[in-house]
Design a protein around this ligand. Structure first.
Ligand SMILES: Cc1ncc(COP(=O)(O)O)c(C=O)c1O
Length: 348
């Protein structure tokens, strides 16, 4: 970008870099962006196909109403407590727009989802980061931070670790601002923080259809919270932020409980196998409550990731402290794991 074109606050800005997305159909094994190794429910695919008709000339519902209502039914909540977004990422961005602007503080543990840092820059908010001592413990300083907005990714990414439920609630109780519990991966975990909604008006629970519903390509996520918080998110969103097909997909997905459960069960089973196999190869493995495994290889992470890429296998590696030397591997199918493990044996 030519110098002087971007606004002053963005000079030297380092954007969030999403995981590599190679062209479809070229034989890559994608274990780098935590997509589902299994396809979406056949009912979802049928609903999307049926909705691809002449009605696409019309805008979608501005509130994604059918999706809001289906999600509300699923959680036993009033639809006024549900916001729907163009992926969880849009909802995170809307939280900044609605709750923390220029000069205001946004707090989160470190390491965590690397989207928060660039969003702080974009929104000119001040990042207040709280280093974790161990991957599965929330930093005690987070609760006392007077930030207007806090994020707790639970289970966390990229570590896969699950923070204690009482510690999460303690942060919510101690905070006067909004606390977003990003539960993008919670369906693979033993518990959720959704019950916090009964006791706290300052908490938003964030979910996505990208992982456990196998719909990363549809871009749809949702937030649950007090009607005032949902109204605040809605008031700053684009008019038609969720398209017609995404709305239809979200409804069909959340209504197909049995398919969803079978997908989660298979991923959890494969996760156990992958974690054990990596440990046998000499990796240090963090117990995972997600659809990925965070592990430190016995060789430099960059070398391992590069050698895997040469074999058309993509994983994510990290080169910045405190997670320099670690890689994150999305749980795949057994067949994908066999290829990954065979490649790792060669590389190591
Ligand atoms: C921690 C976390 N939150 C939110 C998201 C958002 O996902 P999406 O925008 O696909 O719904 C992701 C995606 O990888 C994530 O890792």
């Amino acid at each position: 970008m030519p110098k002087g074109v971007v606004r002053k606050a963005l000079e030297g800005f380092r954007p969030y870099v999403p995981g590599e997305q190679p062209p479809d159909g070229e034989g890559w094994i994608k274990l780098n962006t935590n997509e589902s190794p299994l396809p979406p429910s056949p009912k979802v695919l049928a609903a999307i196909k049926a909705a691809a008709d002449e009605s696409l000339r019309l805008y979608p519902s501005a509130t994604a109403r059918p999706a809001r209502e289906a999600i509300a039914r699923h959680f036993g909540l009033d639809p006024s407590r549900v916001a729907v977004g163009n992926g969880g990422d849009e909802l995170i961005d809307l939280c900044f727009t609605a709750f923390a602007g220029p000069g205001e503080t946004v707090a989160y543990p470190m390491p965590t989802y690397p989207l928060f840092d660039p969003l702080c820059r974009i929104h000119e908010a001040r990042a207040s980061t709280h280093p974790t001592e161990t991957f599965d413990e929330l930093p005690p300083s987070l609760g006392a931070d007077p930030a207007r907005l806090k994020f707790i990714v639970n289970p966390n990414s990229p570590t896969g670790a699950l923070f204690d439920a009482q510690d999460v609630e303690a942060v919510v109780t101690a905070s006067s601002g909004v606390v977003v519990v990003d539960e993008a991966y919670v369906d693979f975990a033993p518990r959720s923080a959704v019950d916090l909604l009964e006791r706290h008006g300052n908490v938003l629970i964030l979910r996505t259809f990208s992982k456990s519903y196998a719909l990363a390509g549809m871009r749809v996520g949702f937030a649950l919270g007090a009607p005032e918080l949902i109204e605040a998110l809605d008031s700053v969103k684009d008019s038609y932020n969720v398209d017609r097909l995404a709305v239809v997909a979200a409804v069909a997905a959340i209504e197909d409980d049995s398919y969803h459960q079978a997908l989660v069960d298979e991923v959890v089973r494969n996760r156990g196998e992958l974690a054990s196999a990596l440990a046998e190869l000499g990796f240090e493995v963090v117990p995972s409550a997600t659809n990925f495994v965070f592990a430190r290889p016995p060789k430099p992470a960059f070398e391992v990731a590069t050698a895997l890429r040469e074999r058309k296998i993509l994983v994510r590696h990290y080169d910045r402290d405190p997670i320099a030397g670690w890689i994150r591997v999305t749980v795949g199918t057994r067949e994908q794991h066999d290829k990954l493990l065979a490649a790792l044996k060669e590389i190591l």
